[in-house]
Design a protein around this ligand. Structure first.
Ligand code: B12
Length: 217
């Protein structure tokens, strides 16, 4: 199979939940020296299609779960190469988590993994993190940057609440840190609505922004 054919195939195979074939193809492409970030990006396209099929009623929650599992396995295959290609000195501390009411964590985990690969210390609070827990951890760990993830519409309200709590507590403790949001459906309008400093469309762009903000690039 030629490389270009393989490239067009991956989003389709992920969308069709062809687990074994996806993993086989990903491994082949990694062995052939393809960029692991490009491979992940193509799989992400497939995930978007899974979401659309779910909306249309063609897939059920089981389909979402299956796609999440496939994506997790793809990232697991790509991770050693990503770590090998990057690395570096610790350049800052980033507190990350998925906001209250939301249990999606694949994108947040990718952001955390890429940050670690680029020498950041990552404190990951997990999923469904209540605003007061976020704020308490920020006060305790004094991060340079806070990153919030959220994929469902309901997350926007909790993001807004979390950011407001974070800012109030930070002010009381004389701390400052920029807040970045990310996750599937967010955009700059949402950033404005929830009161974040930045929105980033993908995990790698988020890492580049963190580097820029800390003057490490
Ligand atoms: C897999 C999946 C699941 C899995 C999640 C598994 C897991 N461990 O995360 C499971 C099955 C648990 C799930 C559950 C649900 N899901 Co779901 N799910 C998806 C799906 C198909 C893919 C999400 C994903 O992982 N994508 C891949 C990752 C890599 O993308 P990403 O998260 O966007 O992250 C990228 C960037 O956004 C960025 N990023 C992410 N976070 C951050 C943070 C920062 C700071 C930065 C810089 C960057 C960044 O980095 C990543 C890589 O570049 C999406 C469809 C879609 N298009 O997103 C639906 C989707 C998000 N789910 C949806 C729904 C409805 C649900 C459920 C309500 C279904 C149900 N009836 O139970 C529940 C919600 C439960 C809850 N309370 O959270 C809807 C949301 C619609 C809406 N408007 O709210 C979607 C959009 C599907 C759809 N089109 O209808 N889901």
């Amino acid at each position: 199979m030629s490389k270009s054919t393989a490239k067009n195939l991956l989003p389709q195979l992920v969308a069709d939940l062809e687990e074994d074939t996806v993993l086989e193809l990903v491994q082949q492409r990694l062995d052939a020296g393809d960029d692991p970030l490009q491979i992940i990006k193509e799989c992400n396209e497939g995930m978007r299609e899974v979401g659309l099929r779910y909306e249309k009623g063609e897939y059920f929650v089981a389909g979402l779960i299956m796609s999440g599992e496939i994506f997790r396995e793809v990232v697991e295959l790509a991770q050693p190469l990503l770590v090998q290609r990057t690395g570096g000195k610790v350049s800052g501390r980033v507190l990350v988590g998925t906001v209250s009411g939301d249990i999606h964590d694949i994108g947040k985990n990718m952001f955390g993994m890429l940050l670690s690969c680029h020498g950041f210390e990552v404190i990951d609070l997990g999923v469904d993190v209540p605003p007061d827990v976020f704020a308490a951890k920020a006060i305790e760990t004094e991060p340079d940057i806070v990153g919030l993830s959220g994929l469902i519409t309901a997350s926007f309200e909790t993001m807004k609440e979390t950011i407001s709590t974070l800012r109030d507590e930070a002010q009381k403790h004389k701390l400052t840190f920029p807040i970045i949001i990310g996750g599937g459906m967010s955009d700059d309008q949402i950033r404005h609505y929830v009161g974040a400093d930045y929105w980033m469309p993908d995990a790698m762009a988020g890492v580049r922004l963190c580097e820029e903000l800390l003057g490490n690039h």
